[in-house]
Design a protein around this ligand. Structure first.
Ligand SMILES: C[S@@+](CC[C@H](N)C(=O)[O-])C[C@H]1O[C@@H](n2cnc3c(N)ncnc32)[C@H](O)[C@@H]1O
Length: 276
């Protein structure tokens, strides 16, 4: 793999940021965060987590959201109900393996075709030497702003749906975010969703201030002031919970450790329920 390193471009390249954050967490806090797959993926792409260490705010944000989402998704998957997890803009997310996802859960990663191609290659290569199983995991190469991928996800009447959108929606125009949420509500009545949002301020400036994001040539397009805006968009959306990644490990946020209110307002993980 090293000689034929896959090339990621544009918005796909942004997946390196959370991937490196997870590799860093694995190195720094091996008792509480075990994700050898992220470290391996990063290495196979010819990158080193130490090169991301100075990117303090991207690392703090990605680590904090990972902590919240791991905790909440793990909780949501407890119990015996058959579940389909639809992980949108999944990148090289390894949550399916990291959480030791229970039998009875089908996990589907959706991302752009170039990313899914690379992910399948990496997983195949890791299957033998790391002993990982793909039993409940599958992937769909698609643009989430289209509709075809929804038709590919068949499910039985007793399967509930849990959608994750981590590090994705801020890269889409607001109209696309609205359209996507409407389609999820229509297709998955009773479904639940965890999404990451950035404040309008962060969305306005971070694409320019973050060297890592600027380098990808990607624009950050969408920001959300209040979770209740989502309910105003579609009355079948109920907001169940909202967490601030800024509350996690304040000491990791550089100067922002002195401004708790600002830190909390920067980004949110929101839990939604779609009405039946
Ligand atoms: C910052 S990365 C986040 C990856 C992953 N969720 C994680 O946290 O590790 C953003 C991901 O969204 C994907 N993405 C962006 N726009 C997309 C679209 N329109 N359709 C599908 N995937 C998209 C990118 O390819 C990339 O993998």
């Amino acid at each position: 793999m090293e000689e034929n390193r896959p090339i990621l471009r544009g918005v796909s390249e942004t997946l390196l940021i959370p991937l490196a954050a997870r590799a860093l967490m694995t190195r720094r806090d091996p008792e509480n965060f075990v994700d050898p797959l992220s470290a391996k993926f990063l290495q196979m792409l010819g990158e080193e987590s130490s090169r991301f260490e100075s990117d303090r705010w991207n690392m703090a944000g990605a680590c904090a959201r990972t902590t919240i989402l791991d905790r909440e998704v793990r909780k949501a998957l407890q119990g015996a109900q058959p579940t389909v997890v639809v992980n949108l803009g999944a990148g090289l997310c390894s949550r399916y393996w990291r959480l030791g996802t229970p039998a009875g859960v089908r996990w589907i990663d959706v991302d752009l075709p170039d990313v899914i191609e690379i992910k399948r290659q990496l997983i195949r290569a890791c299957q033998a030497d790391m002993g990982i199983s793909q039993a409940g995991w599958s992937s769909i190469p698609a643009d989430v702003t289209g509709t075809a991928w929804l038709e590919e996800i068949a499910r039985t009447a007793d399967e509930r749906v849990l959608v994750i959108a981590e590090g994705l929606l801020m890269y889409l125009p607001e109209l696309e975010v609205k359209g996507l949420l409407d389609r999820l509500v229509t297709n998955y009545p009773g479904g639940r969703m965890y999404l990451e949002t950035w404040s309008p301020l962060v969305s306005c400036v971070w694409g320019y201030l973050s060297r890592r994001i600027r380098k990808t040539g990607t624009r950050v397009r969408w920001g959300l002031r209040r979770p209740t805006t989502l309910t105003n968009w579609n009355s079948k959306i109920h907001v169940l919970n909202s967490w601030s990644p800024g509350d996690i490990n304040p000491q990791e946020w550089g100067l922002l450790r002195f401004t708790p209110r600002l830190r909390r307002s920067l980004m949110k993980i929101i839990e939604l329920q779609f009405a039946t």
